[in-house]
Design a protein. Sequence first.
Length: 197
Amino acid sequence: MLDWQKYYGGKLQQVEQTAKSDHDSLREQYRFIRSAEDDADESWEARLAKRYYAKLFREYAVVDLSRHKEGRLGMRWRTEAEVTAGTGQFSCGARKCGERRGLASFEVPFSYAEAGVDKQALVQVRLCPEHAQQLTYQKRQQLLRAQEAAAKKGSQKRRRGDSQPAAEQVQGGTDSQDGTHAAKAGRLDAALEGLLP
């Protein structure tokens, strides 16, 4: 071939490989939660994905919380090796965390896009207290913003003179700013009571 190229000159055209590996087929056909429609397909790729799915343990998921501040979580089912090691059930289900004390179970609504379709599923996760804080980070931030907006709206009404005596304005007999912060913290704790262990 090199002799031909030297004699006639020019570059050889690169021929693209059209063959797919097993891994490529599995990535295309894999579904986080398989439906009856997915199982109806009898192609070789679909059967491969179905066999892989059958080997997974779908009671608890392993979660990636590296982008929790953006509200993005990654989840996957546990493999047999992780089940025998106790990952995600007897130790923290966060990726690369082996904490075994203080675990709490969460049922998380998981939204994801798969094969161009948006889907949702309820997934169980067991996490240590540190990763539980990361899991509920977005919800806690939303509650704080809502409380700050309500407090701001209440203070604007008081400035205009339209206000009525507010219970959160007087905390423990004082009219100080510390009392207002304590009231905010109490409301936040009450709102988060069901979220954290």
